[in-house]
Design a protein around this ligand. Structure first.
Ligand code: FES
Ligand SMILES: [Fe+2]
Length: 369
């Protein structure tokens, strides 16, 4: 059942999705103090493995050297080139792609070609800038703040649930990045309602449409959550059930979609866990980083291995298909927001958006007009 019986006010006005003024406020008040998903440990498990990211104009490189995860600004102290611009990879050590300056695991400089040319050398100020890093299960987060709250406090009550779904019997499946021609709040709001499913995803949800009779919403200041019982949708239920049994897992039949304000979303079904981080780039562009883990279970036999491969394949394929179907509408929505004369409205089945919008306004110190 939905919590509200009447439509809700669309608290954010078109200006909040388009203006530089509000975008800057969001960066300062919402994003710079927070924690941001950058990787799954499955991408960083080998010695020397690294991933890069760009967060609010700051290039980041996260590495695993000497078995220790570290996050640095991905900018060389020689003449400011990105040290490495690959999305991910494996290195013996950081080596700037321009003139070859090397850096050690702690961010201090190592071998410098023609080092004599740089005498007297200021080693302390040539160190890479380090950022706070923390993990929840196998999800790796960083913060740009100097003294952020603990990641546990930031993620709130469902920290342990997230940690459990992204570790143990679940293993890394894939990561995916995508750029949107729209403000970051447009894809976030899209993921908070199922109202658009019949129109944008007529076949890819395999008949699932969590309407009022099948949905439970939890609405809080810091997060909202949708839960429903997969048993209501027999095709998806049968596929998941078969997979869980062959892998030796326990069936819960529950679909959970949890949004931790402002921009972190996790989705759990018995076979898969998805984590989405929506990142603003400019007032009219954004990107998403998606990390998925899939249930491997404890069974180790050829059937469980084949089931695992099939499950991973479909877990990946379905989420990407749905994400691309959603993405196809976003630039048209942004274009409409730039000209809209309407205040907008939120139906009861979209009620999670209201709490998200309220959070954004509250954090930015603004009130609905
Ligand atoms: S800019 Fe990095 S070595 Fe020159
Ligand atoms: Fe969608």
């Amino acid at each position: 059942m939905f919590v509200h019986k009447n439509q809700l006010e669309h608290l954010l006005k078109p200006e909040h999705y388009t203006s530089e003024r509000f975008f800057q406020k969001e960066l300062d008040h919402i994003f710079l103090p927070g924690w941001h998903l950058v990787a799954g440990m499955g991408e960083l498990s080998k010695p020397g493995s690294f991933v890069t990211a760009e967060l609010f104009g700051t290039p980041i490189i996260v590495s695993n050297f000497d078995g220790k995860l570290s996050a640095f600004m991905n900018v060389c102290s020689h003449r400011h080139c990105l040290i490495n611009s690959d999305r991910k990879g494996q290195l013996k050590q950081f080596k700037c792609q321009y003139h070859g300056w090397e850096y050690k695991a702690d961010g201090s400089t190592g071998k410098i070609p023609e080092a004599n040319c740089f005498r007297p050398f200021d080693r302390e100020n040539a160190k890479l800038k380090r950022f706070p890093l923390a993990t929840c299960g196998e999800l790796v987060f960083i913060s740009l703040a100097e003294d952020p709250p603990s990641l546990r406090d930031y993620l709130g009550d469902c920290f342990d649930e997230i940690a459990g779904r992204f570790s143990g019997p679940s293993q890394f499946n894939m990561s995916w990045d995508y750029e949107y021609g729209t403000n970051w709040k447009v894809p976030v709001e899209n993921t908070l309602e199922a109202y658009h499913i019949p129109q944008l995803h007529p076949t890819s949800f395999l008949g699932v449409y969590p309407g009022e009779d099948y949905s439970t919403h939890t609405l809080e200041e810091s997060h909202t959550r949708l839960e429903y019982n997969i048993r209501e949708y027999w095709l998806v239920y049968r596929l998941l059930r078969r997979g869980v049994l062959l892998l030796g897992g326990k069936l819960t039949n529950t679909y959970i979609h949890h949004h931790i304000h402002p921009n972190f979303v996790v989705i759990f079904v018995d076979l898969h866990a998805y984590a989405f981080s929506y990142v603003p780039v400019t007032s009219g562009t954004s990107k998403v980083r998606l990390i998925t883990y899939s249930f491997r279970g404890k069974k180790r036999n050829p059937i469980s291995w084949i089931t695992w491969l099939i499950s991973k394949y479909f877990g990946k394929r379905s989420v990407l298909q749905i994400a691309l179907e959603d993405a196809a509408i976003f630039s048209d929505q942004q274009r409409g927001l730039e000209s809209s004369p309407h205040p907008g409205c939120i139906g009861t089945l979209e009620e999670r958006l209201y709490f998200f919008q309220k959070f954004v306004l509250d954090q930015c110190g603004e009130s609905p007009e």
